[in-house]
Ligand binder design. Structure first.
Ligand SMILES: [Zn+2]
Ligand SMILES: [Zn+2]
Length: 214
């Protein structure tokens, strides 16, 4: 059965060849348009920076980046585990919620325990510091008491020494002053005797002057 077909381009009627549609001449310009359209619809992956024109169409699991075939076979990612980006994306889709769940249970308990531990440690250290402080305070209080008693004892001894100095020197100083005064009296008496005109009075005065001078 051969069907006549009308060419959509030149509108001439032809029979379908026995080998089928593929035997018909190709509308090259239409095919180019279709191919262009298909290419635009499916965006090409970007090219590798290191390997010219090789598309980044693989995902390196180890380095978490897109790589090309040469990166995997001869480049920096030789032997690295790889996957399809979309597959890796779907596989890891549940991971954040799983991590979040673990975080909110186990981790939260750990953090709480740590906080409590830190509080206890801090309180213990503060208590130690307080105790040391009290001991230092007491020690210096005691020391001040001892020093005050020592100071008092020394000052008392010095007061006593001062009193003894006074007791020893004051009578001597007093006696010497008396002698000085007596000598001054004698000097003035001597000068007044010299001026006496009456022989009797003069002789009497000389007598008492001599007695006092001895
Ligand atoms: Zn590459
Ligand atoms: Zn890698």
């Amino acid at each position: 059965l051969r069907l006549p077909i009308k060419c959509p381009n030149c509108r001439s009627v032809v029979e379908l060849p026995p080998t089928g549609v593929d035997a018909l001449p190709t509308n090259v310009s239409l095919r180019a348009i279709i191919e262009k359209y298909q290419m635009d619809n499916e965006p090409r992956p970007p090219s590798c920076q290191e390997h010219h024109r090789h598309p980044l169409n693989m995902y390196c699991i180890q380095d978490r980046q897109l790589i090309c075939g040469l990166c995997l076979t001869v480049g920096q990612h030789q032997g690295h585990p790889i996957d399809d980006l979309q597959a890796a994306f779907i596989r890891e889709k549940q991971t954040p919620s799983l991590l979040l769940a673990r975080l909110s249970e186990q981790r939260w308990a750990q953090v709480c325990e740590l906080a409590e531990q830190l509080d206890q440690d801090k309180a213990r250290c503060e208590a130690l510091v307080r105790q040391d402080r009290q001991e230092v305070d007491q020690f210096f209080h005691l020391l001040e008491g001892i020093l005050a008693r020592k100071k008092h004892a020394y000052l008392e001894a010095l007061d006593k020494a001062a009193a003894e100095v006074s007791l020893a020197y004051d009578p001597l100083i007093h006696r010497v002053k008396e002698l000085q005064e007596e000598q001054l009296d004698l000097v003035s008496l001597g000068s007044s005797v010299e001026d006496e005109d009456s022989p009797l009075v003069f002789l009497e005065q000389v007598h008492s002057f001599r007695e006092r001078g001895d």
